[in-house]
Design a protein around this ligand. Structure first.
Ligand code: BES
Ligand code: ZN
Length: 829
């Protein structure tokens, strides 16, 4: 599919009336669709192709008569159509056998749907494209003893007799359709909007989970309130429902008025969820809620515009978390994830622009580039315009486009027009793949009291980007700060009246998603670790030095750096920040920094720095750890989160020495999952006297909790103890479930990140078998997992050859899904 081939649909839809007759072993779908000729369509075409996949057509009537039609395995083609008509279709589907988790399927015996991007065509024949919006009415008939809860989008307008009827007054594309039927417990509350409307809030979960829903409800109300106060956006319907299901390919889905969530992002209590889990639940609930305006009220014209809703909504959920919790820590975590995963994607075979030009399988383009880089691009717009200008742009965007399906250009035009700012040179961010490289060199002229700064863009593309900076004097005071507009291949900036040579700090707050090289010396970076006010810059300079210490220790003055780190530990107020600074760059990040990936060498080098830290800081770490052990009640404040975070990074280093017993003590005394899982991972990571007992205690305590069991499996698959055989054993466990993506990811996904155990012939062969099985059951998950091989060309010769063999084996297999084919053929190119 190519972006350039976009054509408006020849027909549009006024209303869609669906009736579902639900049975355990089949579902009959009855649809009545009111079509009319698209006045904006140039083509004089009286044919129409409806999408439909794996459907059994039972009957079809056009204005009451048999139409002229043809069926293929992907389409229903209609011919000789009038300008307006009613199409009535009856078809059969089998949700009970649907392991793809797209369309209508079952989870724990309950029915639910996932329609984005192309799932609706697995329910009935339809114009399955985001620019065809219509008003939906949904009737659901089912055995109310088995399925007492029957839900769809909008308002419940009839609940008499054996069926229910839902009506959604807001026109929407079919990817926002949802249906849920089953036996659920519900937590109810309400929210009074800014203008005084009363919205019913409902969270549906399986009965045994009802005690873990309060935090999700609080998060939902915070989301309503935040979008009102920061974006002046109110909710529009009288009811907002969230349903949690255990079987879900993604995190959550923003269906109008009826979000469907992966249970992982709803259920949370301190005993079973970590601090990170809590913040994630709140962020995902926020994200899906914020889509109501950025995605639903204004949606995408075609799927190439995906970042229009996802990049913007990720930016909004990042701001939500930043406003409610610790902004600087959130920024550090987001940038770290971006550089570790998105930069790798942008340097690999699936690299694509934030607005892709083509795809084979759309599900493969819900990527870090579309989401995270897309959010960075919005963040740069925000930096150029400031909060006020940005909000004026948003206001104009909604005034112009509420109720429409639009493009990224439409969004940018609103931002431009509301601010009289020219974003034309900015569009490179949407059209070009890859991470831009920027270099900065500065020179100080004592005579002229002038600082000259040369900024170069090293690629052949020219980007417009905001470059935030600060200048520090030798006392470490910031005497100048600001933002440069970079819009040329080469630019020189002069700062006058500078009395002595300053230390320069560039790309503060990571103001643009680029790879930056500067002429800063090692000593200047240490100086910035000690004096920068911007927490991101402090962290980033420390990370750069850790990186050198791991990869090129001979070039680093270790004791000078460790003195600076000691000062950080002793004087920094923000304990989360100390903990971030003490966290070494991950092995995954290090892989990007070497020419040839030798997983064993990188692991050893990183371990040796861990040892150096332990040797130098043993007593300080111990003292810090002990000062943070307490039995305070659990709180999710930034201070409490920071205390746990610092405590657990200390424990991590100490456990590498003589102090594993501390992990064992913490494991048995922990009052929250954050402390418990931190200790548990350390006990399971190595072969030691506590390991087996910890495993059985943990299992006995939490075996009935799916979220905690996912952690239980992930910790074991990530452990350096054992090999592929131990993972195969985990797959024999009675709680293992191949068709539940959360569980598969926790066992097999975690193993593929366990570089030491995964990267060998047996590891690869095991993994390839899983991919080939997923190709038949759930290709979307298969495609995500197979991306592990994307960087095969960069590995040491032996592992490179082995990975290539695996990719070739996969591509030669019969009946390869589009999902897996697209990834593997790109990797082999
Ligand atoms: N619209 C997506 C869900 C989705 C993803 C549907 C892929 C179809 C294919 C939803 O808004 C989303 O982005 N969910 C994220 C979580 C979010 C917090 C970034 C997800 O599911 O990972
Ligand atoms: Zn989203």
């Amino acid at each position: 599919m190519y972006r350039k081939d976009y054509q408006p649909s020849a027909y549009l839809i006024h209303t869609t009336e669906l009736s579902f007759d639900l049975h355990e072993n089949e579902v009959i779908v009855n649809s009545k669709i009111h079509f009319y000729k698209n006045p904006k369509c140039q083509l004089n075409d009286d044919s129409l192709a409806l999408n439909g996949v794996e459907l059994e057509l039972i009957s079809i009537l056009l204005d009451g008569d048999k139409p002229d039609y043809e069926l293929t395995d992907q389409e229903l083609q209609l011919h000789n159509l009038p300008d307006e008509f009613i199409l009535e279709i009856v078809n059969r589907i089998h949700p009970e056998a649907n392991t793809s988790l797209n369309g209508l399927y079952q989870s724990s015996g309950n029915f639910c749907t996932q329609c984005e991007a192309h799932g609706f065509r697995q329910i009935t024949y339809y114009l399955d494209r985001p620019d065809v919006l219509s008003v939906f009415t949904t009737h659901i008939t089912a055995d109310k003893d088995k399925y007492p809860v029957l839900l769809s989008n909008g308002n419940l307008i009839d609940d008499s007799g054996s069926s229910v009827t839902w009506h959604d007054p807001t026109p929407k594309p079919c990817y926002l359709f949802a249906l849920v039927a089953g036996d659920f417990a519900v937590l109810e509350d309400n929210y009074i909007t800014l203008s005084g409307r009363d919205v019913a809030l409902k969270i549906y979960v399986e009965h045994h989970n009802i005690d873990k829903t309060q935090f999700a409800m609080t998060s939902l109300k915070r989301s309503f309130a935040w979008d009102e106060s920061r974006f002046n956006l109110e909710y529009d319907l009288d009811i907002y429902m969230i349903v949690a299901v255990d079987d879900f390919n993604m995190g959550a889905m923003e269906n109008k008025g009826l979000n469907v969530f992966n249970s992982t992002f709803v259920l949370a209590d301190p005993k079973t969820a970590t601090d990170k889990d809590f913040i994630n639940v709140e962020a995902v609930i926020g994200h899906e809620y914020f889509h109501n305006w950025t995605g639903n009220r204004v949606t995408c014209k075609d799927w190439f515009q995906l970042s229009l809703k996802e990049g913007l909504t990720v930016f909004r959920d990042q701001e939500f978390t930043s406003d409610l919790h610790a902004r600087s820590i959130k920024r550090i975590e987001d940038v770290n994830a971006l550089r570790t995963f998105q930069f790798a994607e942008d340097a690999g075979p699936m690299a694509h622009p934030v607005r892709p030009e083509s795809y084979i399988e759309m599900n493969n383009f819900y990527t870090l580039t579309v989401y995270e880089k897309g959010a960075e691009v919005i963040r740069m717009i925000h930096s150029f315009l400031g909060e006020k200008g940005f909000q004026q742009g948003m206001k104009l965007y909604f005034e112009r486009h509420d109720g429409d399906a639009v493009t990224i250009d439409d969004f940018i035009a609103s931002m431009s027009d509301a601010n009289d700012f020219d974003f034309k040179p900015f569009m490179t961010w949407y059209t070009q793949s890859g991470t831009p490289k920027i270099s900065i060199q500065s020179s100080y002229d004592k005579q002229e009291q002038r600082l000259n700064v040369d900024v170069k863009q090293l690629g052949d593309q020219t980007y417009l980007l905001p470059l935030k900076y600060a200048l520090l004097n030798d006392q470490g005071d910031i005497f100048k700060e600001g933002m440069l507009h970079i819009d040329q291949q080469q630019q020189t900036f002069s700062f006058d009246g500078i009395e002595s040579k300053p230390v320069t700090s560039w790309l503060r707050d990571f103001s643009a998603p680029v790879n930056l090289t500067t002429d800063l010396s090692f000593e200047q970076k240490i100086f910035l670790v000690g004096h920068e006010q911007d927490a991101f810059s402090v962290w980033d300079n420390a990370q750069q030095i850790w990186l050198s210490l791991i990869l090129t220790p001979e070039k680093v003055n270790q004791s000078l750096f460790f003195d600076a780190i000691e000062k950080v530990i002793k004087t920094t107020q923000d304990k989360s920040l100390i903990s971030e600074i003490l966290t070494l760059p991950s092995e995954r990040l290090l892989h990007q920094k070497v020419d040839v990936i030798d997983v064993f060498d990188i692991h050893q080098k990183r371990e040796s720095v861990i040892n150096k830290i332990l040797i130098r800081f043993e007593s300080l770490l111990l003292q810090t750890y002990q000062s943070l052990v307490d039995d305070k009640a659990y709180e999710l404040t930034p201070e409490a989160v920071g205390e746990r975070s610092l405590k657990n990074i200390c424990l991590f280093y100490l456990s590498k020495g003589e102090y594993l017993y501390l992990a064992n003590e913490q494991f048995s005394q922990a009052n929250c999952m954050t402390d418990q899982i931190a200790a548990f991972s350390l006990l399971v990571a190595s072969d030691n006297q506590y390991r087996e007992k910890a495993k059985s205690d943990f299992y006995q305590t939490f075996k009935n909790d799916a979220q905690v069991m996912d952690k239980f499996f992930a910790v074991q698959s990530s452990s350096l103890v054992g090999d592929v055989k131990s993972v195969k054993l985990l797959m024999q466990h009675e709680l293992f479930s191949f068709n539940t993506p959360n569980r598969l990811r926790s066992v097999v996904g975690s193993f593929a990140q366990n570089y030491i155990n995964f990267h060998n012939q047996a590891g690869y062969e095991f993994f390839t078998d899983i991919i080939l099985k997923l190709n038949k059951t759930n290709p979307q998950i298969g495609a995500r997992l197979v991306s592990v091989y994307n960087h095969w060309k960069r590995f040491t010769p032996e592992l490179k050859a082995l990975q290539q063999q695996q990719l070739e084996k996969i591509i030669q297999s019969d009946d390869l899904s589009n999902d897996i084919f697209e990834i593997v053929q790109a990797a082999l190119k």
